[in-house]
Design a protein around this ligand. Structure first.
Ligand code: KG4
Ligand code: ZN
Length: 379
């Protein structure tokens, strides 16, 4: 039963509404994603109420579209369970997804599987297109690096799925750092990919605005912990130096934003700042993963989350894994950012490993803004 399980998965934890049909914890038979990022670009970030309202508009529509495809594939009546993200995330957004998913499951007499969004990002590396072989699926134990807009986390996942949290950011998430620095440089939200493109055009090796050659790495108490707020402050200082305001304080966000709106950083300096910031973020992530791989000789490396779409980061982690004689498992870009297929994969793994149960949707599904990777579902 578990090998053949067909799961309809729903994701709505932040600003993507997504629905997917996943077989066997990995094979994606159908999927739809509606991103709200254009809407949130206008406000420079996600407004929770707006996000929840958009999920209300999109989740039922996407379920309908995926089910139409399931009917075409002849599998509409073979669905075993409905997986839905119930945390961590924005409460209103989670409630909309959990509400629709459980109501839809109840109507069909199907059980629900409350699923952790972070475990979804980890399990995205197990996904494959319909018909593709699962032969190159990652192996456990694994060191998992989750790098997204809301989270930056390093875990060790054992063969039975049990998880130990090794460390994570003590302030901003890696994606949040990318987004905030992108904003300083006049790029629209979410700015991670645009910042990376800007960095690719930088002239390397010169002095940075303000005089540094590279950014120092933040020190943290925990061996595997990370800190990105210093990179953001350093980027702000460089931006101010680049527009001839080196003495201005980078501390007051509103004043800083106004200054940089009125006096945008010149293109060459913006590219240099983008490259220095990206290098610093990547170096910090690589150093912690390096320690984790050294401490766990048999583990593979699994990376997920929106920032895992970053090409220089993928290259740096690939080189690191090779140095340790390990395999880097990172999903294609469409499964790095938020999607529902990863939720189907995570639900399948949690059921198989006995960490999740099939639930009766009539009993209600709880959601939680915080839910640690590997911990039991919120009740
Ligand atoms: O996983 P995700 O879609 O949503 C969360 O769960 O947060 O991650 C979104 C984050 C954003 O911060 C975005 O700027 C970042 O991933 N991101 C990137 C790239 N593509 C997306 N950051 C750096 N380089 C990229 N190519
Ligand atoms: Zn995410």
């Amino acid at each position: 039963m578990s090998r053949e399980r067909l799961i309809l998965a729903v994701e709505s934890s932040c600003d993507e509404s997504a629905v997917a049909l996943v077989r066997d914890g990995g094979e994606v038979l159908a999927e739809r994603i509606a991103s709200q990022s254009d809407l949130h670009a206008a406000t420079g970030g996600v407004i929770p109420e707006v996000a929840a309202r958009e999920h209300h508009r999109w989740v039922p529509k996407l379920i309908g579209e995926v089910m139409a495809e399931a009917a075409t594939l002849g599998v509409a009546n073979e669905i075993d369970a409905v997986a839905v993200t119930t945390g961590p995330g924005l409460i209103g957004s989670l409630l909309v997804g959990a509400g629709f998913a459980s109501a839809w499951a109840w109507g069909r007499g199907l059980p629900v599987v409350p699923t952790n969004h972070l475990e979804g990002h980890f399990r995205a590396a197990w996904l494959r297109s319909a018909g593709a072989s699962g032969a190159s699926a990652p192996t456990l134990p694994a060191i998992g690096l989750i790098v997204s807009g809301g989270h930056t986390l390093l875990v060790r996942v054992d063969t039975d799925g049990r998880t130990e949290r090794l460390g994570g950011t003590i302030d901003d998430a890696a994606g949040e750092a990318f987004d905030k620095i992108a904003r300083l440089l006049g790029l629209p939200y979410p700015g991670g990919a645009a910042l990376s493109t800007l960095a690719a055009g930088a002239v390397r090796g010169g002095e940075l605005p303000g005089g540094l050659r590279r950014l120092p790495m933040a020190q943290t108490d925990g061996e595997y912990d990370l800190s990105f707020s210093g990179v953001k402050t350093a980027a702000a200082r460089m931006a101010l130096a680049a527009i001839g305001e080196p003495a201005a304080s980078p501390g007051r966000a509103a004043a800083l934003a106004a200054t940089l709106r009125d006096h945008p950083v010149p293109a060459a300096a913006a590219a240099a700042i983008a490259a220095a910031a990206q290098d610093a973020i990547i170096a910090a992530l690589v150093s912690r993963v390096d320690r984790a791989l050294a401490a766990t000789p048999s583990a593979s490396l699994v990376v997920g989350g929106g920032v895992a779409a970053n090409v220089p980061l993928r290259e740096a982690l690939g080189a690191l894994a090779a140095r340790h004689g390990r395999t880097l498992n990172v999903p294609p870009v469409r499964w790095c950012t938020d999607n529902a297929a990863m939720i189907g994969a995570a639900a399948h793994a949690a059921l198989r490993e006995g960490r999740a149960q099939l639930q009766d949707p009539a009993r209600g599904v709880s959601v939680a803004a915080s839910w640690q990777f590997g911990a039991g579902a919120p009740v």
